[in-house]
Design a protein around this ligand. Structure first.
Ligand code: 1CP
Length: 319
């Protein structure tokens, strides 16, 4: 979401009259949209064009991705009976993903393709709330009030997510990112108790696949250590925590990814340059640093600033 694609005129053109879910199911469109930011900005890796709700739609949940809103679930999942509508998936349920990844890997040559999935907590929040939320009231009510149902739901989502990431790895992605975008709504203790075991099941289930695993959330300053422990090789950091501080929390065994505030891209080039240099400097404290934004690209972002930003990162890091 809010990756480079949405700020590009060529993206908006190709998406005209095509719904978001439909575009995710068309390998020709997925391939072209994934390549657009790579061509334009010369980034070092491509991120697969899809959405975190694609596997739960394939698992039988009736949902849509509504422009300007995000995922909307027709009948939210709130009871034991609702859970039965979320069945496990098999690779054939997402054969369009296999086909798109294969096409992309062939087109990209040496440029790695990053696959991704939503983590169980973030997926559960959409299924339980029925759409985007600020407070996660119903999600937390189930988590605290009906822990058995909660654990059954998150275990099912972990199973679906693991299958979905394996499909992408088998088709050729070079790395995977697990998005627990909204886990920052939790305390560390509750994250460790109610969420981490399920995310760890996904991440540890991929150890033998031998691809780097990136684990990211927004507002996760207090969770960084636990998100690393869940089984990540790289921990994504939003703009709230400086990377040297993040590294002290995460420890010397994991790389970091981040963390320019996407809003900085609206503040003029001098500010972008200063902040980018600061982040690259602070990233040196970590055993590895993937430069990235602290969250997705806003659709109103000037694409030329992004191109310049990529060139600056290449220049400063000598790559
Ligand atoms: O642009 C790209 O090529 C990247 C592909 C991508 C990714 C990685 C999309 C396309 N979605 C995602 C992941 C995603 N989707 C996340 C995790 C990343 C993050 O935290 O930003 C989340 C939380 C979603 C859910 C979602 N999908 C939202 C957020 C709603 C909320 O709760 O605030 C929204 C707005 C979407 C729709 C969506 N997904 C992707 C795009 C390009 C869009 C916009 C819709 C459109 O273009 O029609």
């Amino acid at each position: 979401m809010r990756q480079a694609g949405r700020s590009l005129p060529e993206y908006r053109k190709i998406r005209e009259g095509v719904g978001m879910l439909e575009s995710c199911r068309r390998p020709d469109l997925v391939t072209e949209i994934t390549l657009q930011p790579v061509r334009r900005h010369n980034v070092d890796a491509a991120i697969f064009f899809s959405d975190i709700v694609v596997p739960v739609a394939a698992a039988g949940i009736d949902l849509d991705i509504v422009a300007g809103t995000g995922p909307v679930v027709a009948e939210p999942v709130r009871t034991e009976a609702d859970l039965a509508r979320l069945r496990p998936i098999v690779p054939a349920d997402v054969d369009f993903v296999t086909e798109a990844v294969r096409l992309l890997v062939a087109e990209l040559g040496d440029t790695p393709l990053i696959g991704f999935a939503g983590a169980p907590f973030t997926l559960a929040s959409y299924l339980i709330e029925g759409g985007p939320s600020r407070t996660y009231l119903k999600t937390k009510a189930m988590m605290y009030g009906a822990p058995e149902l909660w654990n059954a739901l998150l275990a099912r989502l972990a199973e679906i997510t693991l299958t979905f990431l394996r499909v992408q790895i088998d088709a050729g992605v070079s790395a995977v990112q697990l998005f627990d975008s909204w886990a920052g709504a939790l305390s560390e203790a509750d994250y460790r108790r109610f969420v981490m075991p399920h995310s760890a099941a996904v991440l540890s289930g991929l150890i033998d696949a031998g691809v780097p695993r990136i684990h990211f959330g927004v507002g996760t300053g207090v969770l960084l250590e636990a998100m690393g422990e869940a089984g990540a090789d790289v921990v994504g950091v939003d703009w709230r925590t400086p990377l040297d501080q993040a590294t002290r929390r995460i420890g010397p065994d994991r790389a970091v990814q981040g963390n320019l505030d996407p809003a900085i891209l609206f503040a003029g080039w001098d500010v972008v340059e200063r902040e980018t240099r600061r982040i690259l400097e602070q990233g040196r404290a970590a055993p590895g640093h993937v430069f990235n934004l602290g969250h997705g690209v806003m659709p109103e972002t000037d694409p030329d600033i992004l191109t310049r930003l990529v060139a600056l990162v290449h220049e400063v890091s000598g790559s």
